[in-house]
Design a protein around this ligand. Sequence first.
Ligand code: PEP
Ligand code: MG
Length: 576
Amino acid sequence: MRHVLPGTPASRGMALGRARLVRPSRYAVDNRPLAEDEVEAELEHLHRALDTARQELRELRGKLHGALAREVNEFIDAHSLLLDDAELLRGLDDLVRIGHYRAGAALKKQRDRLAAVFEAMDDPYLRSRKEDIDQVIARVVSALQRHTTPEERKIAARVGEILIADTIAPADMAQLAGNGLLGAVTSSGSAYSHSAILARSLGLPMLVGARDALSLLHDDDLILLDADRGEAIVHPTAQDLARYRAWQREAAAEGRRLATLANAATRTRDDVAIRLLANAETPADVALARTRGADGVGLYRTEFLFLRHKGLPSEDEQFNAYRDLVLGMGGLPVTIRTLDLGADKADAAGLVMRGEDNPALGVRGVRLSLRYPAVFTTQIRAILRAACYGPVRVLVPMVTQPDELIAVRTLFKLARQDLKRENIDLPEKLPLGAMIEVPAAAINVRSLLEHADFLAIGTNDLAQYVLAADRGNDALDNIYTPLQPAMLRLLSHVIGAGRRAKKPVSLCGEIGGDVNFTAMLLALGLTEFSMHPSQLLLVRDRLATLDHAMLRGHSARLLRATTHERVAEMLAQLAY
Ligand code: PEP
Ligand code: MG
């Protein structure tokens, strides 16, 4: 039966695919006892699900080749053995037949019993095999809950997968995207999380805050993900599919219209020039930034290099990535941000402190880099070497006070001296900038301007710290909005201070590429916007409709607004 699951759009677009659920290990079960006349049907249901699970494992084995096959086959063997374990099967049958348990409840009971046996074992390896039980039982439970029709299974077999999970870690998202993921739906999370940013950067539609996703969806359900409307349609009808085809045609046509703007200058309606920069991490982002006519790269998040890597990337590996970025931009300025790990960006190499009570308020960004001078210096050397290939600026994340910038400058100076001794040619000057994402840095921005050559405002974090609202927590959507008057006043303060100090100020948070905020940012005096390259043409298109002088003229009034609802109303009047 068709049903619609609402959620919050985090990355635009549509996708048709089959659901792949990643469940937390607890799942809801129906504990109502069976009536006597339901027992046989329930046993049949259970055995069908067990057969499906066995069949899936056989198919999985057939699909694997090479080294991966050797590793994974071991698990498949263990899982297959469990599925044929006489004791497990007898226990399940007895629970249904004698105890009148429903199949799901019987599976859970057997899981808990076996898990307790494994947990009591002394051998840590055997203890860890509890995971196998969980995975096997989860596979049977998911087979039990599947409601796809044969026709849907035929379509589903031809389409890729849409991930359904509670939340997705950025590293998992990157890895899955490389394996043909079509889109994602999460039951919690927010549009400002790093996973959402990554989804936009990868062009994957994503819905967050779809609360009932894990309880209502089943593996292999056919899903039409409509991240423009903010819904996932389960078992879409022919009408839904026709709408999807129409969307595909429209998206192609809109793409062609916007493409005509790729080489156009970025100007407001009253002919004020605006600089549009790209937030670019991958070579594909860089290529897109060029073809969409970006004026440079305003934010290169180097941590993605670390997140994709098993250990720490070496100096040469980093140098290659940074040099390719600089070369890829063909002489346009590139802003490389130093490592910003911590909070929701945990690395594989174990740099990030474990067990902090408040990681978002902990040792992250430049605070972390300065604790590991050797790791930081490796990055600094790689950046300095790459800067020989084109104009590079260095951006420091999570700056709170000037001494952090001074310490980074010192490390650059030392690395420069070492490289000179090694006879490596270096550019004379490398502008050093501060991200403004900590409230103290925004309020006391003048102290940073004494040491920074430029500023980049990171509104994603700034908003979370100003509003004391986790950027990844969808329960706080009504608080976490950049339209909050306190945010407007801080932005205006920082942009004004930069202008008076004659130092460039850009904004690279998500609102920089969101056309709903373009008028507000122009009104506050912003002239450099940095965004994911997929947004460049949309923002250029929007800017051409906005009157800079008129918006600037209203900024004082906008700054006097006392609620975010009032700001939204005023902007709606101003922008149209
Ligand atoms: C920000 O905080 O706005 C920002 C651009 O940095 P990130 O999203 O990588 O934390
Ligand atoms: Mg940030």
